[in-house]
Design a protein. Structure first.
Length: 271
């Protein structure tokens, strides 16, 4: 049993929302040894694939005392979805929310007895390669923090912060970040096509280059700057391209503006 295993969990876990992110997390928990019989899923339109998990309780009618509740519903329905959950949590319950923009204060008001963790995962969680940043309220014990880490680690890497105000910037960088990378793939493919490549070849070259570079970055211990320098020969083709991308009006100021815009919008949605 590894330190991230869930074999030893003996309580009841209530998963509220089994869509793409909630479903991906459930698959990760079960892969790490969580007994399906300890899971109750609440979802008005559950995906049909849940039936393959023998023992899992789906929308149980009888009362469920949740040792852990994971909130994976869309943030815009939270105000309606949370009040009926109050009877399921008590003073010893841990609530882990992955709803974007919903603050600890909001969660504490909706479920006042619980210890609460607010977390921000990103879409690579679907393949276990995401990264999640979490912040806890004062009720969360060290043991509960460890359990939250094990649950969130099923989706990838986990980082903790103490200042909830940073969650808006986290959302802008890692929450929205996959879209920036996908846009880069689109842009690179369009540039290749403009340079004369057949569209299908340009798209494949861009896709595989970004996927491979991401995997190299993942496996390497070198900083991104070092990996970039390793590809760049003085006076070569890469240096010519980087002269454009690293100019004063190049990628850095554009990315700063993009992240700042996403951070502002995250604050607006959370207010």
């Amino acid at each position: 049993m590894t330190h991230l295993s869930l074999d030893a969990f003996t309580g009841t876990l209530a998963l509220v929302g089994a869509g793409k992110m909630g479903g991906a997390m459930l698959d990760g928990w079960l892969a790490r040894g969580l007994d399906p019989g300890r899971v109750a899923v609440f979802d008005p339109q559950p995906p049909p694939g849940l039936a393959r998990h023998v023992g899992l309780r789906l929308n149980p009618r009888d009362g469920v005392a949740a040792d852990v509740m994971v909130l994976a519903v869309k943030p815009q329905v939270a105000a309606e979805a949370l009040p009926p959950l109050k009877p399921l949590v008590g003073p010893a319950s841990l609530v882990v929310s992955i709803m974007a923009g919903r603050t600890l204060r909001f969660l504490e008001a909706a479920l006042p007895q619980a210890a609460v963790v607010r977390a921000m995962p990103n879409t690579p969680a679907a393949i276990g390669r995401g990264i999640t940043v979490a912040v806890a309220n004062a009720r969360v014990t060290e043991a509960q923090r460890g359990l939250a880490t094990r649950l969130l680690a099923a989706a990838g890497a986990v980082e903790w912060i103490d200042d909830e105000a940073l969650m808006d910037a986290v959302t802008a960088v890692s929450g929205s970040g996959p879209a920036y990378v996908f846009l880069l793939a689109e842009s690179l493919a369009r540039a290749g096509e403009a340079a004369g490549l057949p569209p299908a070849l340009a798209e494949r070259l861009a896709r595989e280059t970004i996927a491979g570079s991401g995997e190299l970055l993942h496996r390497s211990r070198e900083p991104a700057a070092t990996l970039r320098q390793n590809v760049t020969s003085p006076g070569g083709t890469t240096a010519a391209a980087l002269g454009v991308l690293m100019a004063k009006d190049g990628l850095d100021p554009l990315m700063e503006k993009a992240v700042a815009a996403a951070t502002r919008r995250s604050r607006e949605l959370g207010s």
